[in-house]
Ligand binder design. Structure first.
Ligand code: NAP
Length: 305
């Protein structure tokens, strides 16, 4: 019986586990893939304080993981398939095992949204990608499209421009959403073009991406762009598929917590990108992870009374 099981090893989950072991709690963190979550697949993080020249996402997340490991957090690398959260003993089903705990912290984050256009599913992994740091290398010297106008799209377009011959950002409006500083860099970068007011109609190719058909949302005209890769960054959806009934969500599907990260089920907490919040960044994930342990310790003390 653990004191706390943390589900998901991104910055929120790793921070929560660091604070939990330092509070003397027997802590298990279960993670599906490599530690670090989305931050671990980000080329460069420039807004996490303490790194004046920026820091690579994988490097930062490996440091979080190492710190958690050094302090005594136990790790299992498995997929959590089911949870039983009612009552004082929580059950976490992962692989062939069932783990028991007095509390659970849900920090399984979010996954990239798909566009849902023709050709996207068929060519996923064959030129269609949702991760520039994972797949960008395969497009060295080639032309690629980046879909979206938020921070992720801009950041990843800048990254891809380091080795692709040309990067075309396709945005559905006439103004980018991403940070001003990134927009300025995009403007200055000779390898990056922006196609405004346009969406992807379909992605074509037999065994790999060959062509993308765009539609201008104002004129309704379509145009073809030859490209070897399409990187899609149109936001995220929370990873909630494995969660049981009874938890409360907002309209976008994010878990609702109070300011202490408590969900509506006693002894069950949520931190990081999976919960309803104003800003999803490494720094706010870290804040959630630190904050949650105060309420969690209080819950454990109340259970013992
Ligand atoms: P986001 O801010 O939600 O932006 C998504 C972008 O995709 C928007 O430009 C949106 O267009 C566009 N879009 C959405 N659905 C679309 C569709 N069906 N077809 C075409 N375009 C579509 O998502 P994000 O950029 O992934 O960022 C997520 C969060 O992480 C944000 O809070 C962001 O600040 C943060 N983040 C921060 C950094 C950083 O600070 N350096 C880096 C990465 C991410 P509209 O603009 O028209 O809505």
């Amino acid at each position: 019986m653990y004191d706390v099981i943390v589900i998901g090893g991104g910055p929120a989950g790793l921070t929560a586990s660091i604070y939990a072991v330092r509070a003397g709690l027997d802590t298990l963190l279960i993670e599906l893939g490599a530690p670090g979550g989305q931050a671990g697949t980000t080329d460069m993080i420039e807004n996490y304080p303490g790194f004046p020249d920026g820091v690579s996402g994988p490097e930062l997340m490996m440091s979080f993981h190492k710190q958690a490991e050094n302090l005594g957090v136990k790790f299992k690398f498995k997929k959590v398939s089911q949870l039983e959260l009612k009552g004082p003993v929580k059950k976490v089903y992962a692989g062939d095992e069932v783990y028991e705990s007095k509390t659970v912290i849900i920090s399984s984050g979010a996954h990239p949204r798909v566009l849902g256009v023709e050709g996207e599913g068929k060519l996923r992994g064959k030129g269609v990608s949702y991760c520039a740091t994972c797949d960008g290398f395969f497009f060295r010297g080639k032309e690629v499209l980046v879909i979206g106008g938020g921070d992720t799209a801009l950041q990843e377009a800048l990254y891809l421009s380091k080795f692709c011959s040309k990067v075309t950002i396709v945005h559905r409006r006439d103004r980018l959403r991403g940070a001003q500083m990134l927009q300025k860099r995009i403007d200055k970068n000779e390898k990056i073009d922006v196609v405004w007011d346009s969406v992807v109609e379909r992605i074509e190719g037999e065994n790999s991406v060959e062509k993308v058909v765009l539609r201008n949302v104002i004129t309704k005209e379509t145009k073809d762009i030859n490209a070897a890769g399409v990187f899609i960054f149109v936001g995220y959806s929370p990873n909630v598929d494995y969660l049981p009934k009874g938890l409360r969500y907002d309209k976008q599907g994010y878990l609702i917590t109070d300011t202490e990260m408590k969900t509506n089920i006693p002894g069950v907490f949520a931190v990081g990108d999976i919960r309803q919040k104003g800003l999803r960044q490494v720094s706010t994930a870290v804040g959630d992870g630190a904050e949650v342990i105060v309420a969690l310790e209080r819950y454990l003390a109340e259970q013992e009374d």
